[in-house]
Design a protein around this ligand. Structure first.
Ligand SMILES: Cc1cc2nc3c(=O)[nH]c(=O)nc-3n(C[C@H](O)[C@H](O)[C@H](O)COP(=O)(O)O)c2cc1C
Length: 220
């Protein structure tokens, strides 16, 4: 598949087959993703891939925290609230998701349950946490974003889908604890991935893109 074909076919997947990916294929995919560019070739990403029991332990910790009413305490600045047209697009993506799964605007509990699915990794067999030294701040965040998209494309080449998740950066303490990471390591965001359950309602979610002329200006 060409990159253009992948881009045309790709969408965020939030329901997965219970079919783990062979370690040899994971090695190949993550080796390829290492070719992502980075500022001064610093390659700041420290990627933690969780599966099996480790993923389950993390899920249990996340859900325990959320059920106890814990508030997010991300390592990086996820605080700005979207404004204006950004807010409208945010609502658009949320509506696309909730209408695919039949949850109405008024159904607060339904929305909350759908939100919780993030910390259950959408039942994906694997998840990656994109981590980096905290001091890198926005410099590292740019590189990690580029890395994550590179990984997403390589995964897609192998028929593997994903959902990138800011949600996985909201409760960094259990991640550091379970994975034995030092305090100076920051958890930026994550991604659940695996083979897609194509017929799942949540995977019928589709989003739109704004017109080229609203996003790109060509100067002569
Ligand atoms: C940095 C980043 C963080 C995201 N965080 C979440 C998340 O926490 N939960 C979720 O369900 N989707 C998340 N998404 C997926 C977006 O909602 C999705 O990419 C967007 O609505 C466009 O839809 P598409 O990926 O299907 O084209 C995230 C995407 C990115 C790039």
């Amino acid at each position: 598949m060409s990159v253009s074909e992948i881009l045309n076919k790709r969408y965020s997947v939030r329901s997965f087959e219970q079919r783990p990916i062979e370690q040899s294929l994971l090695d190949e995919i993550f080796t390829n993703a290492q070719l992502a560019p980075s500022n001064c070739n610093v390659q700041p990403w420290q990627v933690c891939v969780v599966s099996g029991n480790t993923k389950q332990v993390l899920q249990d910790k996340f859900i325990g925290l959320l059920m106890g009413g814990a508030k997010p305490n991300p390592d990086f600045n996820w605080a700005p609230q979207y404004q204006g047209q950004h807010r409208e697009r945010q609502f658009g993506s949320a509506n696309a998701l909730y209408s695919a799964i039949g949850v109405s605007r008024e159904d607060k509990k339904g929305r909350h349950m759908a939100m919780l699915r993030n910390w259950q990794f959408f039942d994906a067999p694997h998840a990656a946490f994109f981590t980096m030294d905290k001091y890198l701040d926005i410099m590292g965040a740019v590189d990690l974003g580029i890395y994550a998209q590179t990984l997403s494309l390589v995964l897609a080449e192998h028929g593997i889908s994903n959902c990138m998740q800011g949600a996985l950066g909201q409760f960094p303490d259990p991640v550091r604890e379970v994975l034995g990471l030092p305090e100076e390591r920051g958890i930026l965001f994550g991604m659940s991935f695996g083979y897609p359950k194509l017929d799942a309602p949540v995977n019928q979610t589709r989003t739109e893109r704004i017109q080229l002329s609203d996003a790109v200006t060509f100067y002569g």
